[in-house]
Design a protein around this ligand. Structure first.
Ligand code: NOJ
Length: 546
């Protein structure tokens, strides 16, 4: 039997709001996505993960879900989504939808009912309501802070107009956390999973998968001993949740996948990879480590070792809709991901960042496992760091008291064609501007501009994904080749090797890997075939070794 597809897939992360706007309202939609299915197929994607498309007030880009069984009208209808899934399958693309189980929207009927029903009710027991501390309950139940800034508790006004209980929200106040100790919550999500599996989705990306269950004592952070595990994450009872989900997926034909979004360290993340829990989770570690050979090698080794132990393949990535674009990160002095609040004034060299991002693409696409490509990274888009404050949409901006500009800079709509905004994102003569402004300089990065240029980043991704598929690089072992400290080289089955130069000086190619042919290079090589080709700094190559 062949391996399930998700063990070595190329997954395209599609941020629906910014992909393609068919209606001209400046917001991407399902019809736009459908019209561009050929683009994804043409790049060489095996699957598409679509960010939340459900009915939502869009306080947090759709991660505040008001109805898990319907599509937000700004994106289309449920029939459009069904149509998209069918059409994607016709294009031989699997469809992964985003599942958001930690919290819903404060507009969700369950939360409205909880507010109306009052303290002690069965409706409130679906969420985490507590009386406040202090003489009149005026202080939050504990000292937890929301991931977006500010307290993780909001006090409600009861139906008699008095200030009442507090509810927990690990994210925005408009995103109340569910109480996963409550069987009603568990069975509701079983039903939601079946709803989408019945519509033939191939899997789920599980949002904030490690935070569903909290320590029931809700202890103050300040009281925890140093190094104590977080009471908000990784609780033992959350594993039982995913065992239930896995059984539901297993009852459907074909290979369906659960991919966890878990920002824990590798060891704690691996705990979710038991054979009967999540199939895989995102390997965020490349993002968190600097562009340096020893750091990359250590991350790759640790990730592959963990994959061997748990049997869950890695799902590599260089970016997503929550982090600074890879071109920008790698164009900075410190190439690790830093919180945006610190990033505001860091000088960035886009040319250097692009060069490294291209090399990093060849590195990650050569590794065994699945890989997730964030929309626009295949074009080399950079973080848009100068969005005017009055256009910012991410709740982080307000919740941080304007200290952190948030994540809008990596969510700017795709440039498809043309010499000026909206760059084909919206139809010609559209009534509205794109929901976030696109930089004028993106005219050189449009799909149309890169399409037939063999040296473009788009062509590099396409070529790499084609070779990756032909050579079956998603599976099989990798073996490190001996190199100088600043370089990495490894061989893959089928006579392929990848070499990356992360040092500040050129490296002799033959010294990195014996080879017959250079298949793909992220930048032109130096030197001549006679004197020996040189791999310049911040460059990667794929080599044919036999
Ligand atoms: C992770 C999502 O990727 C992010 O965009 C969202 O804000 C939080 N989870 C809360 O749902």
């Amino acid at each position: 039997m062949s391996d399930p597809w998700w063990r070595g897939a190329a997954i395209y992360q599609l941020y629906i709001r910014s992909f393609a706007d068919s209606g001209g309202d400046g917001i991407g939609d399902l019809a736009g996505m459908r019209a561009r299915l050929g683009y994804l197929r043409d790049i060489g994607a095996d699957a598409v993960w679509v960010n939340p498309w459900y009915v939502s007030p869009m306080v947090d880009g759709g991660y505040d879900v008001a109805d898990y069984r319907d599509i937000d009208p700004v994106f289309g209808t449920l029939a459009d989504a069904e149509d998209y899934i069918r059409e994607a399958h016709r294009h031989r693309l699997r469809v992964i939808v985003d599942m958001v189980p930690n919290h819903c929207s404060s507009s969700h009927p369950w939360f409205r009912a909880a507010l109306a029903a009052g303290p002690g009710s069965a409706e409130r027991a679906r969420f985490i309501f507590r009386p406040g501390k202090g003489t009149n309950g005026e202080l939050p139940p504990n000292d937890w802070v929301s991931g977006f800034g500010g307290p993780a508790w909001t006090r409600v006004t009861e139906v008699d107009s008095r200030p009442g209980e507090w509810y927990l929200h690990l994210f925005a106040a408009e995103q109340p956390d569910f109480n996963w100790e409550n069987p009603e919550v568990r069975s509701e999500f079983h039903d939601i999973l079946r709803f989408w599996l019945d519509r033939d989705v191939d899997g789920f990306r599980v949002d904030a998968a490690d935070t569903l269950v909290k320590d029931p004592a809700l202890p103050d952070m300040a009281d925890l001993p140093a190094g104590a595990p977080s009471p908000q994450r990784g609780q033992a009872a959350s594993h039982e949740v995913f065992r239930g989900w896995r059984r539901i997926l297993a009852a459907y034909p074909g290979d369906r996948v659960l991919i966890g979004e878990i920002w824990l360290d590798l060891h704690d993340r691996a705990a979710y990879h038991a054979p009967d829990e999540l199939h895989t989770s995102f390997s965020f570690d490349l993002i968190r480590h600097p562009w340096s050979a020893p750091a990359m090698r250590q991350v790759i080794d640790a990730t592959l070792k963990s994959a061997t132990t748990t049997g869950a393949p890695p799902t590599w990535l260089l970016g997503n809709h929550d982090v600074t674009r890879v071109v920008t990160r790698y164009g900075r002095g410190d190439t690790r991901l830093v919180p945006d609040v610190q990033a505001a004034d860091i000088p960035t060299d886009h040319a250097l960042g692009t060069r490294r991002a291209r090399a990093a693409a060849l590195l990650t696409l050569a590794l065994p496992g699945s890989v997730c490509i964030y929309q626009g990274d295949e074009l080399g888009l950079w973080e848009v760091e100068n969005i005017p404050a009055d256009r910012l949409q991410d709740p982080v901006w307000e919740a941080s008291g304007h200290a952190d500009r948030g994540r809008d800079g990596c969510r700017v709509p795709m440039p498809w064609s043309g010499a000026a905004a909206p760059f084909g994102f919206s139809p010609d003569g559209a009534a509205a501007e794109p929901w976030l402004p696109q930089p004028a300089a993106w005219r050189d990065l449009t799909v149309a501009a890169q399409d037939s240029d063999p040296a473009s980043t788009l062509s590099l991704y396409r070529d790499a994904l084609r070779i990756r598929a032909e050579a079956g690089l998603g599976g099989g072992p990798m073996t490190w080749l001996q190199t100088e400290r600043g370089a990495l080289a490894f061989s893959r089955p089928g006579g392929l090797a990848c070499a990356v130069n992360l040092s500040g000086h050129p490296e002799k190619l033959t010294a990195l890997a014996r080879h017959r042919e250079v298949l793909l290079a992220s930048a032109p090589l130096e030197g001549s075939p006679d004197d020996g080709r040189l791999l310049p700094p911040d460059t990667a190559v794929w080599l044919r070794t036999v």
